[in-house]
Design a protein around this ligand. Sequence first.
Ligand code: NAG
Ligand code: NAG
Ligand code: NAG
Length: 305
Amino acid sequence: MIWQRFRPSRSSAFLYLYLKMLVPLYSLICAEVHVWYLCPGELNDQSQLEMYKQLLSPAEKEYADSIKETTLRKHAMLSCALKRTTLSRYCKIDPRSFEFMYNNFHKPEILWPSDDIVELPLHFNISHTTSLIACGIAMDANIGIDIEEKKRKTTKSILSLARCFFTPSEAHYLTEISDSYAQEKEFFKLWTLKEAYVKALGLGLSGAPLNEFTINLKTSKGIRVSKASKVCNDSNSGCDRLSENWLFALAKLNSSHYMSVCMEDDTRCQGPENSPAPVGLKVWKTIPFVEDTLVSGTEAVKLIA
Ligand SMILES: *[C@@H]1O[C@H](CO)[C@@H](O)[C@H](O)[C@H]1NC(C)=O
Ligand SMILES: *[C@@H]1O[C@H](CO)[C@@H](O)[C@H](O)[C@H]1NC(C)=O
Ligand SMILES: *[C@@H]1O[C@H](CO)[C@@H](O)[C@H](O)[C@H]1NC(C)=O
């Protein structure tokens, strides 16, 4: 097995450990998203955390260290470590060697060096809550991921939030739900879908306000987005290639979270009757270097749509 490196780096205990585990090379087919998540609350061993920290670039370390609050500092570090270990599974590159470039909204893409490395069109995005960090990865297609705790409560009324942040048709969809518990659930589903879409576009909320596009939860092609003209007038982030061709997956994760994934539709993946293939979602829970558990198809991942 050839272990690719961007640049010569001293072999170290971490890399040795990683190789020793013989982590398989994962691959993605089109219209497929893989999600790797970890639960920071389960990772408390100081030497293990120190090992993860060694994977970060000096700038990432500096950023993480600048965070005063202990838990947030740990999460920032773990996010970077999860990003690096996840990427290395798909190209067998030393997790420490990745370099990134950032768009205007600070969305990273891999900065491939020009020498003898095979460039892979890997796209990834991360989302976290206080108890879970999830990294989504796809090949050849922009993606966005968003997670929210199901138990999350709002202090404001759902309908006033919806009128403020959502489009009239989404607000109307929520108005039609009389049960307030169900209404709140639908609100958070829509919220994660909208966030995942904005993140897939590579924009921040300032670049694509949530009330400028509509998510339709129930179309014959599954969940779809209808473009609001404004979103695509923005010349940032390759907006010109944007269309309504985005695929979504919505799932319950670990019974505790909603997770939405949005990915660019790939016309080459179209099935019969011109219907776009749904997102193929595979999910692993990971403790990097220690244990990976495929959780799709188990109680931990319940596909909603
Ligand atoms: C996952 O689910 C279990 C059981 O419902 C819960 O105890 C645990 O806190 C959850 N983990 C996260 C990260 O939410
Ligand atoms: C995910 O996407 C958002 C929106 O573009 C971006 O701000 C964020 O930095 C991305 N995170 C990662 C780790 O890719
Ligand atoms: C965006 O473009 C559409 C159609 O080209 C136009 O009608 C709309 O006014 C534009 N919006 C902005 C904010 O420029």
